[in-house]
Design a protein around this ligand. Structure first.
Ligand SMILES: [Zn+2]
Length: 82
C-alpha cells in the first residue's frame, strides 16, 4: 500500500476509534495530503459539474479539487460521478 494512502487510512481509523468526526473540508485536506485529490487553480468552471465558484466566491481564480484516478486527473465534466 502506498505510504501516503496508508497514513490516510490510519488517520481515518484513529478518528473513528476515538469517536471523532470529520467535516468535508477536513477530509478534503487529508485527501490532498494523501495524493487522492489534487488542487488545480482555475479561472473559469472546468466543466458542467464544476462547483468551484460556489465554494470560493464570485471572482476567479478558484481551486478545483480533482480525484486522481488516472495519471491525468480529469476536470469536472457532465454526467454521473466516476
Ligand atoms: Zn472544477
Amino acid at each position: 500500500m502506498d505510504r501516503k494512502i496508508k497514513a490516510l487510512v490510519v488517520k481515518l481509523a484513529e478518528v473513528c476509534w476515538n469517536g471523532g468526526t470529520l467535516d468535508g473540508g477536513e477530509l478534503q485536506e487529508m485527501l490532498v495530503e494523501a495524493g487522492v485529490l489534487i488542487d488545480v487553480v482555475v479561472n473559469e468552471p472546468c466543466g458542467e459539474r464544476c462547483r468551484c465558484s460556489e465554494y470560493y466566491g464570485v471572482a476567479p481564480p478558484w481551486v478545483c479539487y480533482r480525484l486522481v484516478t488516472t495519471r491525468r486527473p480529469k476536470p469536472h465534466q457532465a454526467g454521473p460521478p466516476t
